[in-house]
Design a protein around this ligand. Structure first.
Ligand SMILES: [Zn+2]
Length: 74
């Protein structure tokens, strides 16, 4: 099973049409479009960095939102 990080589909071996190697890792894609999107900005689609950026943004917006209030965990 392969995972297309752009359209977020899981792909079987036959569905993998394109591959792209970035940072020593090969990524699989269902089509040229996804591969091009990925090659434009690979770090956008690589889980870890995306997640880190998301958490960073979340922390930032929470800091705004909870200004003057006590942040609580639900
Ligand atoms: Zn795709």
């Amino acid at each position: 099973m392969y995972y297309d990080p752009v359209c977020k589909n899981t792909l079987t071996e036959e569905q993998v049409k394109k591959t792209y190697t970035f940072d020593g890792k090969t990524y699989e894609f269902c089509c040229d479009y996804c591969r091009e999107k990925f090659s434009d900005s690979p770090e956008t689609y690589i889980g870890k960095n995306w997640w880190q950026r998301f958490l960073y943004r979340l922390a930032e917006s929470n800091a705004e939102e909870f200004k003057g209030k006590n942040p609580t965990c639900h």
